[in-house]
Design a protein around this ligand. Structure first.
Ligand code: FES
Ligand code: FES
Length: 207
């Protein structure tokens, strides 16, 4: 039996195929309490772990050291059977246009880091997990605006932040940075909201 919690809904699979990955499962349409649940924010890009469009957050609880661990994973690669006793958070679980979008989403939008938007949920989930970017591909914007958004979360800038170091090694970035006007104003960003931080369902701690 497998229990996956996308967007705070329990899904119970009684006959899990060990060769299956969770991506199609997460994108499936469910009817729960007469409501149609369609969590299609997690995208199917390459299907082989190369593009990061399917990035989700996995959360597990270690009862020995009493610690919750959150990490990003490719939903097209991680076997569904390895998700026993873990929570899976998809892009729908971190913010919404109806309630409140997450600051990571807001900053990517304000920094012009999205065009067609196909790669964006994966980028958001990766930044949400680590505030680092690697293994996520975008075919539209290039990476400068996405990394600009990511860097707005770096507390320590100018050479100490991991992203600053990587970007400043690229000479063309320096050039563009000198000549381009700033596309966003940090003063306009929504304040960080602690209610949007990673959570772990207590039900999974006592299973
Ligand atoms: Fe490309 Fe999963 S779909 S990494
Ligand atoms: Fe289109 Fe990234 S915004 S692939």
């Amino acid at each position: 039996m497998l229990r996956v919690i996308p967007f705070l809904y329990w899904v119970i699979e009684k006959h899990v195929d060990p060769e299956k990955m969770p991506l199609p499962q997460l994108r499936k349409t469910y009817i729960l309490f007469y409501a149609l649940i369609q969590l299609t924010g997690t995208k199917y890009g390459c299907g082989v772990g190369g593009c990061g469009a399917c990035t989700v957050m996995i959360s597990s609880y270690n009862p020995v050291i009493k610690r919750i661990r959150h990490y990003a994973a490719n939903a097209c690669l991680i076997p569904i059977c390895s998700l026993y006793r873990v929570a899976v958070t998809t892009i729908e679980g971190i913010g919404s246009t109806k309630a409140r979008i997450h600051p990571v989403e807001e900053r990517i939008a304000r920094c012009h880091g999205t065009q067609c938007g196909f790669c964006t949920p994966g980028m958001v989930m990766f930044i949400y997990n680590f505030f680092l970017l690697s293994g996520n591909l975008c075919c539209c914007t290039g990476y400068r605006s996405i990394i600009d958004a990511c860097k707005t979360f770096c507390k320590i800038k100018n050479g100490i932040c991991h992203l600053d170091q990587e970007i400043n090694e690229l000479p063309e970035f320096e050039e563009v940075n000198k000549t381009s006007p700033k596309l966003f104003s940090e003063e306009e960003f929504l304040p960080l909201d602690p209610t949007q931080e990673s959570v772990f369902p207590p039900e999974l701690m006592i299973m």
